[in-house]
Write a protein that binds this ligand. Structure first.
Ligand code: TMP
Length: 212
């Protein structure tokens, strides 16, 4: 049975690296895998991503921001994620519904109940099999993000937010993990990349054997 895995966390937590490593691991054990990111991964999603994370989106209202993330999600779920899962292909998604709850809910202060409802509409009720919340202090993550910027990666709109915003986002992820401990696994991301990867592979192995 195909599995749907998501990675979450504050800026610079290392989730994209871990998503890539996990894809390699699952392929090495013979599974078919598609890796995508949110926002993006469809032509519509990538166009909206540039507005959402780039300077064009500066000053947009939190509600506009929320709807744009949900637009990207609806397109990605219906065009890519669901068809892949139905075809027996695992899907790894770099950010998903929990990011909207943490960033637009805890970060921007929008109503968490409304976001949960919109998430459910955009995904037609699709929930990840397992979610890895890569936890690190926001100042550590932002330090890594700024280092990447100095090496040429353009800054994104959220990286300019105050530390207090990122601390609220982290608190949101923590609360979501407390609400759904079976699905959302907290991973200490302030460690060696290979240690983190090993822990993630172990969890996947246990979850898959429990489900099959
Ligand atoms: P990335 O840097 O992990 O690719 O994510 C892009 C930015 O979008 C990141 O700063 C987090 C933000 N984001 C939200 O605010 N809400 C969402 O629902 C998602 C998916 C991302």
């Amino acid at each position: 049975m195909a599995i749907f895995i998501t990675f979450e966390g504050v800026e610079g937590c290392g989730k994209s690296t871990q998503a890539e490593l996990l894809k390699g691991h699952l392929e090495a054990v013979g599974r078919k895998v598609v890796a995508v990111r949110e926002p993006g991964a469809t032509p519509v999603g990538e166009k909206i991503r540039s507005i959402l994370v780039g300077s064009e989106g500066e000053g947009m209202s939190p509600l506009t921001e929320l709807f744009l993330y949900e637009v990207c999600r609806a397109e990605l779920v219906h065009k890519v994620i669901k068809p892949a899962l139905e075809a027996g292909v695992d899907v790894i998604c770099d950010r998903f519904t929990d990011s909207t709850l943490a960033y637009q809910g805890w970060g921007r202060g929008l109503d968490v109940g409304v976001i949960k409802r919109l998430n459910s509409i955009a995904t037609s009720g699709l929930v990840p099999f397992v979610t890895f919340f890569l936890d690190c202090p926001p100042e550590v993550g932002l330090g890594r993000a700024f280092k990447r910027m100095r090496q040429g990666t353009p800054e994104d709109r959220f990286e300019k937010e105050a530390l207090s915003f990122h601390s609220s986002v982290r608190k949101g992820f923590m609360e979501l993990a407390a609400q759904e401990p079976d699905r959302v696994r907290i991973i200490d991301a302030n460690r060696d990349i290979s240690l983190i990867h090993g822990e993630i592979c172990d969890i996947i192995k246990r979850c898959v054997s429990r489900k099959s």
